[in-house]
Design a protein around this ligand. Structure first.
Ligand SMILES: NC(=O)c1ccc[n+]([C@@H]2O[C@H](COP(=O)([O-])OP(=O)(O)OC[C@H]3O[C@@H](n4cnc5c(N)ncnc54)[C@H](O)[C@@H]3O)[C@@H](O)[C@H]2O)c1
Length: 260
């Protein structure tokens, strides 16, 4: 494969990437691709057995990987996880914040618990992790931050007020860090996937009523198909790469043209 790094020439050879929320779905595809392109990859996730499985796939490509258990809702766990990631190779060059949940509940029924849990996982977790990693990047005067936002930052999907708000917050966090950390040589950007086939979207993909309204055959996605985790991995890695060294504070939609 063109991106294999057996000879040490991969795009991310020698770099250390911390991917938070990478045991499944989009994060997993990003972590595997980073491994294939030569990075040392830390996979931090709530689901530790699945993180270990993903790491095994990375070892098979010849890269190093480290699984770390972490619930991003817990500040003490985030601090311990980031410290272990730093201790592993002595640095973090790339942070990808991917962890997220999206429970679908109409606004009139949403509980405070669901609201808080969604904001804590998607937004507060992004704050905690980037707050723990940023000082080390600032000290080295280099680093790439990539946050997983969503088309829902822009398009307010019904039954997902808590999710929509969390993802708008993530995008504004990415933009604010672009301003505050740019002077230290750090790039901060966000990716906004549209409808991607993962565990997260499995329930709605099984719902014929949802598909009748939003399915690809409705013409809402000009490319005419749902996305895959791999469709998102490439653009996310681009934002972490040297090719994007002058890209700072953007939201890159990866949605088959849904918002066009
Ligand atoms: N699938 C889509 O259509 C879509 C669209 C736009 C944005 N996104 C975003 O992409 C990201 C990944 O979603 P996905 O579709 O791959 O879903 P997924 O459920 O397959 O992956 C989410 C990952 O986050 C981890 N996670 C959840 N809560 C956590 C916690 N408290 N602490 C640590 N890890 C935790 C999960 O274990 C899992 O590995 C999410 O932020 C999601 O909002 C997904």
């Amino acid at each position: 494969m063109a991106d294999q790094h057996a000879n040490g020439t991969g795009r991310f050879s020698g770099q250390v990437a911390l991917v938070v929320g990478a045991a499944h779905g989009i994060g997993r595809a990003i972590a595997l691709r980073l491994g294939r392109e030569g990075a040392h990859v830390v996979i931090a996730d709530l689901d530790c057995p699945a993180a270990e499985n993903a790491c095994r796939e990375i070892y098979d490509t010849g890269s190093d990987a480290l699984p770390l258990a972490c619930d991003v809702r817990e500040a003490s766990q985030v601090e311990a996880m980031v410290q272990k990631a730093l201790d592993w190779q002595g640095r973090i060059d790339i942070l990808m914040y991917i962890a997220g949940i999206a429970p679908s509940v109409p606004f009139l029924e949403v509980s405070t618990e669901t609201w808080d849990n969604t904001i804590d996982t998607n937004l507060r977790g992004a704050f905690l992790v980037s707050k723990a990693v940023a000082p080390h990047m600032v000290a080295r005067r280099r680093g790439k931050l990539v946050f997983m936002a969503s088309t829902n930052c822009w398009d307010a999907e019904a039954t997902l007020a808590h999710y929509n708000v969390s993802k708008s917050g993530v995008f504004l966090l990415a933009k604010t860090l672009a301003r505050e950390l740019g002077p230290y040589g750090i790039n901060s950007n966000a990716v906004g996937p549209g409808f991607i086939k993962t565990r997260l979207t499995e329930p709605v993909l099984r719902d014929p009523e949802f598909l009748k309204k939003y399915g690809p055959e409705r013409g809402l996605i000009p490319l005419g198909r749902l996305g895959t985790p791999e469709d998102v991995a490439g653009p996310a890695l681009f934002l972490a790469s040297e090719d994007a060294s002058y890209v700072n504070g953007v939201l890159l939609f990866v949605d088959g043209g849904q918002l066009a």
